[in-house]
Design a protein around this ligand. Structure first.
Ligand code: R1P
Length: 312
């Protein structure tokens, strides 16, 4: 590992060690809070929040709905499980280099996190997914990863003792996915509230055109978002067990076929005008609003998963 990077990790870890009480210093579970989902941290007991700007190597999250701090605390009975939550993540489209995007994940690994629960807001591609449902991710499709330098492991190896060629066929922990469904059952969530599917990672920040949405659906993606995959890749490289919970905040606009102005004009000239379809666009405000409405479900689910993990 390059010496400067070692020094940055050491500086981050030293600051955390100087701030945190002993019982919070070695979190076992990490949580990444997606857009509008930072209230997940309200489950934490003995909570200590450390702003990103006091930690070397951390960027600043510039996206609305993302705070910029780490929250440490306990979840569960008795002594509880020590947990750290990232309140706000970094996206490549904000201009953060990929090394910065995944730096907090690598810090979590160095703190001792073994299980990582990543949440995000995502657009629904599969028409069977309701807005507000949570999708337990089974697999991902990472267009930016497949074609080149947006893979966080691209380039010279900063960690020579890690594998050069990381397998991702087992990226999504079966143990944690089972816990998600067991937790939903114990919370009496309706069956439709928790679904399974494949996450497509796009670089953003543009939302999909109808043709892009149709393409992503046709290659097997159920939801789409602009985050998460670099975190999953880094977490797997660090040897953590990972699960991803995507909150469907909107349906991606995919009309059955593109609107044809040619047909509309011809029909109009023939005196048989076709009804004009309403214009549909997604907005980050809509994403945040559903996040706000469903944050409590996500909080309960993640909390119960950790309580079940404690009993294992
Ligand atoms: O993935 P998170 O960070 O939850 O945020 C999602 O919401 C934003 C778009 O509304 C994008 O950043 C997308 O990735």
């Amino acid at each position: 590992m390059a010496q400067t990077q070692t020094n940055t990790f050491t500086a981050t870890l030293d600051v955390l060690a100087s701030i945190l009480p002993t019982h919070l210093r070695k979190p076992r579970v990490g949580i990444v809070c997606g857009s509008g989902l930072s209230t997940l941290a309200s489950s934490l007991r003995d909570k200590v929040e450390v702003p990103y700007n006091s930690l070397k190597g951390f960027g600043k999250s510039t996206v609305e709905g993302h705070k910029s701090s780490l929250a440490f605390g306990l979840i569960g009975e008795g002594d509880g499980v020590p947990v750290v939550a990232m309140l706000g993540r970094f996206h490549p489209y904000e201009g953060h280099p990929l090394a910065t995007v995944v730096y907090p994940i690598r810090v979590l690994a160095r703190l001792g996190v073994k299980h990582l629960i990543i949440t995000n807001a995502a657009g629904g591609l599969n028409p069977n997914l309701d807005v507000g449902s949570i999708v337990v991710i089974q697999d991902h499709l990472a267009l930016p990863n497949l074609t080149g330098p947006l893979n966080p492991l691209f380039g010279p190896q900063p960690f020579p003792d890690y594998p050069r060629f990381l397998p991702l066929s087992d990226a999504y922990s079966v143990t944690l996915r089972r816990l998600a469904f067991l937790a939903a059952h114990s919370l009496s969530f309706p069956d439709s509230a928790l679904q399974e599917g494949t996450y497509a990672w796009v670089s953003g920040p543009t939302y999909e055109t109808p043709a892009e949405g149709r393409f992503l659906r046709s290659v097997g993606a159920d939801v789409v978002g602009m985050s998460t995959v670099p975190e999953v890749v880094a977490a797997r490289e660090e040897g953590m067990e990972v699960t991803v919970l995507s909150l469907v905040t909107n349906k991606v606009v995919i009309p059955d076929k593109p609107r044809s102005i040619k047909e509309e004009v011809k029909a109009e000239l023939a005196g048989k005008p076709i009804p004009i379809p309403p214009t549909q666009v997604v907005s980050h405000e809509e994403v945040l609003e559903i996040g706000k409405q469903k944050a409590e479900d996500m909080r309960k689910l993640v909390t119960r998963m950790i309580e079940l993990l404690q009993k294992q």
